[in-house]
Design a protein around this ligand. Structure first.
Ligand code: FMN
Length: 338
């Protein structure tokens, strides 16, 4: 067990940056890769439904490489009893944070009555947080939206936060959009409702004792620094996946960077070589190369030969029997373009 830290301290220690939970994306292979790019950023798992942990194989669902720390497990659920039981099982895995998903608007999630629709039931969310916190010393946090449907005034959000904070939640990750529960797909719900970062800034001003992390549409080092003047942390989703080298740049330019020139961001080629070593270890456990390399496709985004490199990895990584040499050989494309 690592020493306990308050939520703000934990976010500060992570350079105040985290990578968002993303289904089918932020699995253990993805997180290992992202960790090589940024030694501090807080990484979130995909959402795992409490029942899956209770009925499935917790080892397969919850295991992660110690190199991934600091890492947060995101849970989905709406029943304090089952969430508490899932939190108890997760305690054995030494996550740095348990995060409850109150932000996801998908139909599948609504039908189980969890995700964003739970913003309408703050007391239930509070009961879930309290029940989870009673089972573990790991901090319990909540990821939410600024509102749902026509309940999108600031008073609604402030009241939700007040109720849930009273149950012991000290850290809220807020996607600065409301969720429209009927009529928009999850994807549309990530772009159509307008971003209202001012609402999240105001939340921080009104609840200075809470750790408030802003999420939604963040895509550059400059934006991160601008937001960090107003909130305790930023969470980056799509941009961190599509252009992961942003994380390396953020680490190099973090406020605590060593010396006036900051840190040197890691070399992309070195990241590829380290991922080849990782892939070799994974292949020996029966993992297919593609499951590792599919998360790396954005590594050279914006660089010469990025498209050719991506195509090479995509085509060769999927072939039967593909091994880590595919990654090593891919560097020839980069060298030739240099
Ligand atoms: C493919 C994908 C899967 C996602 N899965 C989850 C999830 O499991 N849990 C969650 O809370 N949010 C999920 N989200 C939402 C992100 O965590 C984040 O809130 C959203 O993408 C806005 O941040 P961004 O603009 O930086 O991408 C997902 C987003 C994407 C693109």
């Amino acid at each position: 067990m690592r020493p306990a830290q308050d939520a703000a301290g934990r976010y500060a220690a992570a350079g105040a940056v985290s990578v968002a939970p993303m289904m089918d994306r932020t699995d253990a292979h993805c997180r290992y890769f992202l960790r090589l790019l940024n030694p501090g950023a807080r990484l979130y798992t995909e959402m795992i439904v409490d029942q899956a942990i209770l009925n499935g194989d917790p080892g397969r669902l919850l295991a992660f490489d110690p190199a991934e720390h600091p890492v947060a497990l995101q849970l989905g659920g709406s029943d304090p009893v089952t969430l508490a039981a899932a939190a108890r099982r997760a305690a054995a895995f030494d996550y740095d944070e348990l995060n409850l998903n109150i932000g996801c608007p998908s139909d599948r999630v609504q039908s189980g009555r969890f995700g964003a629709c739970l913003m309408a039931e703050p007391q239930r969310v509070a009961d879930c947080v309290a029940a989870m916190a009673a089972e573990t010393t790991t901090p319990v946090t909540v990821k939410t939206r600024i509102g749902i449907d026509d309940r999108d005034d600031y008073a609604f959000l402030a009241s939700f936060v007040t109720t849930v904070a009273a149950a012991g939640c000290e850290c809220f990750v807020v996607h600065a959009r409301k969720a429209i529960l009927a009529g928009l797909s999850p994807k549309e719900n990530r772009s159509i409702p307008p971003l209202r970062v001012e609402t999240v800034y105001r939340l921080k001003r009104d609840f200075p004792e809470l750790t408030i992390v802003l999420n939604g549409g963040i895509g550059s080092v400059a934006e991160v620094h601008r937001h960090l003047a107003q909130v305790d942390g930023v969470m980056i989703g799509r941009k961190a996946y599509a252009e992961p080298y942003l994380l390396a740049e953020l680490y190099a330019q973090a406020e605590d960077a060593i010396g006036p020139a900051g840190r040197c961001p890691p070399d992309r080629g070195e990241i590829v070589r380290r991922m080849a070593d990782y892939a070799e270890r994974q292949l020996s456990k029966g993992v297919r190369l593609h499951h590792v390399t599919r998360h790396m496709l954005g590594l050279y985004a914006g660089q010469p030969a990025a498209r050719r490199w991506r195509r090479y990895i995509t085509e060769h990584g999927q072939q039967a029997g593909a091994g880590p040499q595919v990654l090593i050989d891919s560097l020839g494309i980069i060298d030739a373009a240099a």
